[in-house]
Design a protein around this ligand. Structure first.
Ligand SMILES: [Zn+2]
Length: 249
């Protein structure tokens, strides 16, 4: 995602630069990562936090490199609701680019995050396979690949856990993020497509899609996946899109 607002600076921010891109990690990021992994045991929890950190960083790096492709500098912020990539120098308005992305370019900017995660997952699967390991895949609804467990003949439990979690987060979260619900990347892709083909009414149509898809995904999350977290997340996002329609039109 790259449309949320940046959280305020704190003394506990972790800051570094990656491939020339400034990265800031807000302290609440770690807290939420620990909370999401709270059911894990004491060995799994630090691995889980590392996996969440790496995966979200890779995702945002995809957005940042796509911005760079358009000659636009950006910075990455990891915060309590995940991550965001903010184009510089005007985070609140329309950033100036040397090459304008256009509506299909906007779609590419949104897709670049999930694509970075899927590419990383594919490289990990290739690495596991080449080194003599095995990735067991569970096909959700018969066609969505979810890497279940990785079996590495070396490295012990820690490396196996690390690789399994990395694959799970990069594939599953990447797929969730592609759902056509605002403000997920999939919601931005849908908006770019709708506005491209219908500049007058496309925005409203994409918001309605967000309401319907968000509602359906809340039900699927609750009934099929038994995930209260997914139900609440998508329920809230659907309601937010509904409010946006009421407010704008
Ligand atoms: Zn994203």
């Amino acid at each position: 995602m790259y449309l949320f607002q940046s959280p305020p600076f704190t003394n506990y921010d972790l800051r570094f630069t990656l491939a020339g891109i400034p990265v800031r990690v807000h302290p609440l990021f770690w807290l939420v990562a620990v909370f999401l992994g709270a059911s894990s045991d004491l060995l799994q929890l630090p691995i889980w936090v590392l996996v969440v950190f790496l995966s979200i960083l890779i995702h945002e790096l995809g957005h940042a490199l796509a911005f760079r492709y358009y000659g636009q500098r950006s910075q990455i912020v990891l915060h309590f609701a995940g991550g965001l990539t903010i184009p510089e120098p005007s985070p609140w308005g329309v950033a100036t680019t040397s090459r304008s992305p256009g509506s299909l370019g906007q779609m590419f900017l949104s897709l670049a995050g999930p694509l970075a995660g899927f590419t990383f997952a594919a490289l990990v699967v290739a690495g596991v396979t080449i080194s003599g390991g095995l990735v067991l895949t569970n096909w959700l609804f018969g066609f969505i690949p979810l890497p279940l467990t990785t079996i590495l003949p070396y490295g012990g439990r820690i490396l196996n856990l690390l690789v399994s979690m990395l694959l799970w987060v990069n594939v599953f979260w990447g797929l969730i993020n592609l759902m056509p619900v605002f403000p997920l990347d999939g919601g931005n892709v849908a908006r770019s497509l709708f506005v491209h083909y219908d500049p007058v009414d496309g925005m409203r149509k994409s918001l309605w899609l967000s309401v319907v898809a968000g509602g359906l995904l809340a039900l699927v999350g609750l009934i099929a996946l038994r995930s209260v977290y997914m139900a609440i997340l998508f329920g809230l996002l659907a309601f937010q899109s509904y409010q946006a329609i009421q407010g704008r039109y």
